[in-house]
Design a protein around this ligand. Structure first.
Ligand SMILES: Cc1ncc(COP(=O)(O)O)c(C=O)c1O
Length: 526
């Protein structure tokens, strides 16, 4: 790998700060870690604390950048293809909030929003008091996973709601599935609205020929990326990128200042500076080792045909389930083409073609062999490789799968009664925690706001009997953090069933009133 001379202005300023060793008469209270000097328990953190500075002379100010932070952000904009980039120290979460608060400025402003979005988007709608018209995402017929709305759906919604302030989509999805956004951007711009993209999972897009194009390069106006997810920044380190005239930049700055701490973490910001520096120093070579690791895993998996990876092609179907004679799956797949055209080569979505281990079970087994996946759903396990992954990681993972495959507990028993029936049942499920209920195009406007629901407006009912009622709380399986329900959404049979199934499969939940998920809060019937 050839090394270029590239600056990381904030990182360099922090190294100077540490070397100078000036006496601190300022926050933070740990005084560059001095407090913990003799405490073994803190030794790991002490190194970090030695650069955990604040807005003193020479270290600039995130909310009024004039020096090293400004330079770092400008370099980031250049690297990621934006006109202007903003470092985020609260993850894509704050980026999504700021993006919505910038575009929806009056209560009741209307935003077209893909339904299967991260909870931060729904929280942004609540904060801004916006009305959302939800857009139905395409479902990939083979995997059953929701991707994003088609351009046709977006065009139809834009036509029906010409007062919309913008269109907000999430691409790629948690599974690395996506499609080219150029046509969508063009449709939005023809309707004079900005395209807002939650690209939390695609910070690395466009940085290597094998990676899909970035949302910015497709024409999106504002893009939020979790640099900490797919690039090497520290957790919570993210970026918001803007281009063009459709976004009110001054308002955006104000909104960012509103949702971000006035004491942003310097190690975190430095890690953003460093992640961009690393990409610039090594260029596409930065991805060579990680991609080779993912490829080695793919290749090794050919020796274990029981386990398959999702691919955005029909070829994946060939042989798939066919030997098991499940005509329904073939029929479904026959009618459809993949609901997506791009797949992140770093996201490997694995499943057991025998249907014996569901996604949660497979994840658990991998963990017992020391391999910790990113997440699982009813069928799949998402294995996240990055530029930091190695051939050793790939080999460890393959070994784990060999063990699982050999384990008698997970062997298919020939003629096992009910095996086909069991699989059939699984296939009837709408597979993903990522999916919501189908809407046929787009919804009517849904008002969001912050007014709490008072106890006398609510009843608590068994989840299994909740169909037909209106949810009075957000129900969020986590990961991926896509609300199955928001407060005010009618609970359909399918969603009630999904909640029960996810509960049985041991899914994790965020913020639910009853953590056992046996009951749910609903609006009291009038
Ligand atoms: C699609 C999507 N958007 C936004 C977020 C929030 O990102 P962060 O964790 O960086 O705040 C997530 C988190 O998983 C996500 O999956």
């Amino acid at each position: 790998m050839g090394k270029k001379a590239v600056h990381a202005p904030l990182m360099e300023a922090l190294i100077r700060y540490r070397t100078q060793g000036n006496a601190s008469f300022h926050v933070p209270g740990h005084k560059n870690g001095q407090v913990y000097e003799h405490e073994n328990i803190a030794s790991l953190l002490q190194e970090v604390m030695s650069i955990d500075a604040t807005e003193i002379t020479g270290l600039d100010d995130l909310h009024h950048p004039e020096d090293v932070i400004r330079e770092g952000q400008e370099l980031a904009a250049k690297c990621f293809g934006a006109e202007e980039s903003f470092w985020l120290i609260g993850g894509s979460t704050v980026g999504n909030l700021a993006m919505i608060l910038t575009v929806c400025t009056e209560p009741g402003d209307l935003l077209l929003v893909q339904r299967n979005v991260h909870k931060s988007v729904l929280n942004g709608l609540m904060l801004s008091g916006a009305n959302a018209v939800f857009l139905d995402p395409e479902i990939d017929t083979l995997s059953g996973l929701a991707v994003a709305p088609t351009t046709d759906t977006i065009k139809a919604a834009l036509k029906a709601y010409p007062s919309a302030k913008g269109v907000l989509l999430t691409l790629p999805n948690y599974y690395g599935m996506g499609h080219d956004l150029k046509a969508t951007a063009k449709a939005c711009h023809a309707a004079h609205v900005p395209l807002l993209i939650d690209e939390a999972h695609g910070a690395h897009y466009g940085l290597h020929p094998r990676l899909p194009a970035s949302a910015l390069s497709c024409g999106a106006d504002v893009v939020v990326q979790s640099t900490h997810k797919m690039l090497p920044a520290m957790t919570m380190g993210a970026m918001l990128h803007v281009q063009g005239e459709r976004i009110h930049r001054e308002l955006l700055r104000q909104r960012l200042a509103m949702v971000q701490s006035s004491s942003p973490s310097y190690p975190l910001m430095a890690s953003l500076d460093l992640a961009r520096w690393y990409i610039e120093v090594y260029g596409t070579d930065a991805f060579t080792v990680g991609l080779a690791a993912a490829d080695a895993f793919r290749k090794g998996l050919e020796q274990l045909p029981r386990f398959r990876l999702l691919e955005p092609t029909q070829q994946a179907l060939e042989g798939e389930y066919a030997h098991r004679g499940i005509s329904e799956v073939l029929e479904r797949a026959d009618e459809g083409i993949s609901g997506y055209s791009t797949q992140d080569p770093f996201k490997l979505v694995l499943y057991d073609t025998w249907g014996i281990l569901d996604g949660f079970g497979l994840k658990h087994e991998l963990e017992t062999y020391g391999c910790v996946p990113e997440m699982s759903d009813e069928k799949h396990v998402v294995l996240l490789f990055t530029l930091g992954s190695t051939a050793k990681d790939a080999s460890h993972l393959l070994q784990a799968l060999v063990h699982i495959d050999n384990d008698i507990r997970f062997k298919e028993t020939a003629g096992e009664p009910g095996a086909t029936e069991k699989e059939q049942q699984r296939l009837e499920l709408d597979f993903s925690t990522w999916n919501n209920d189908r809407m046929k195009g787009y919804s009517s406007p849904v008002p969001f706001g912050l007014r709490p629901i008072s106890p006398d407006q609510m009843d608590t009912v068994p989840v299994d009997e909740s169909a037909g009622r209106v949810a009075a709380e957000m129900i969020i399986p986590y990961p991926p953090g896509i609300p199955l329900l928001y407060a005010g959404e009618t609970i359909t049979e399918a969603i009630a069933l999904r909640m029960s199934r996810l509960r049985e499969l041991g899914a994790n939940w965020h913020g639910v009133a009853d953590e056992s998920m046996l009951t749910i809060r609903v609006f009291r019937l009038q």
